[in-house]
Design a binder for this molecule. Structure first.
Ligand SMILES: [Fe+2]
Ligand SMILES: [Fe+2]
Length: 264
């Protein structure tokens, strides 16, 4: 049985007890069309709706790794998937109320693309060969949750739509709890310098904004430009990197800002 390494200040039982579907009953859906939604915000929401709904596909890749051997990570992932799924449902409902319904998600015909299958096989093989694989998984999760949380905060500011702001505030509460779990786990696992070295190498080589593997390149670039350029956007991106730099072994890393500089 995997060793129990609960972070001292993350109460998993309390998290599980609070975990649940986003409560949408108090959202004033009828007010959505009374306020304009900028075209850029609609495009961003379609992207986010797609990646939130894609969480279960991402989980399929994780199930083939040692991530689920740790009972606490497994418990967290079950709650996390449930909550992320409802984020997708909530954004879908907002888009419908705004008169921009989301069509059905394209179902892959036959096998997944070769690149995706190669990636999944590489991740599974890495997990089998490398006992500290969870350090990478937790660090990756922390970066993605923090950048998602920050993207939602920026979207709320940029779109200036009162109902969207309310909805995103509820989603952000979940995202910050997700971030906290991943980040505390990452801190503990990266305290092992060898694990930190390999994790950093892989993150710097392969990390890209959430959704990069599923969305067309132009959509990723649009979202990053829309939310993370200008003085406020840059400051938000820098804050993401500053937080990740506090992880053991990550002191000089540049992730979101590095991606922006390379791709914009
Ligand atoms: Fe989410
Ligand atoms: Fe999340």
């Amino acid at each position: 049985m995997a060793a129990r390494i609960a972070p001292p200040d993350f109460d998993l039982d309390a998290y599980v007890a609070r975990s649940g579907a986003l409560d949408l009953s108090e959202i004033p859906w009828d007010d959505v069309p009374r306020h304009p939604v900028p075209a850029g915000a609609l495009r961003t929401l379609r992207y986010m709706q797609d990646i939130e709904s894609h969480t279960i596909v991402y989980l399929r890749e994780l199930l083939a790794t040692r991530a689920i051997d740790d009972p606490e990570v497994a418990t967290f992932l079950a709650c996390w998937l449930y909550e992320e799924t409802f984020h997708g449902i909530a954004i879908r409902r907002f888009l419908e109320a705004a008169g921009q319904p989301v069509g059905p998600r394209a179902r892959p015909r036959g096998q997944e693309p070769l690149a995706k299958r190669v990636e999944a096989a590489a991740v599974a093989a890495l997990s089998k060969l490398w006992p500290d694989f969870c350090a990478l998984h937790m660090t990756w999760g922390a970066i993605n949750e923090l950048s998602t949380l920050t993207a939602y905060r920026r979207l709320a500011d940029v779109a200036a739509h009162p109902v969207l702001e309310d909805l995103l505030a509820r989603i952000m509460r979940d995202e910050s709890r997700h971030f906290f779990f991943y980040y505390r786990q990452a801190e503990i696992r990266l305290a092992n310098p060898a694990a930190a070295r390999v994790t950093r190498l892989l993150v710097e080589r392969f990390w890209a904004p959430v959704g990069s593997g599923e969305q067309p390149r132009d959509e990723v670039r649009f979202l990053v430009d829309y939310l993370f350029t200008g003085a406020d956007g840059r400051a938000a991106a820098r804050k993401v990197d500053d937080t990740i730099r506090r992880l053991p072994g990550f002191r000089t890393v540049r992730l979101l800002e590095g991606w922006i500089d390379r791709c914009s």
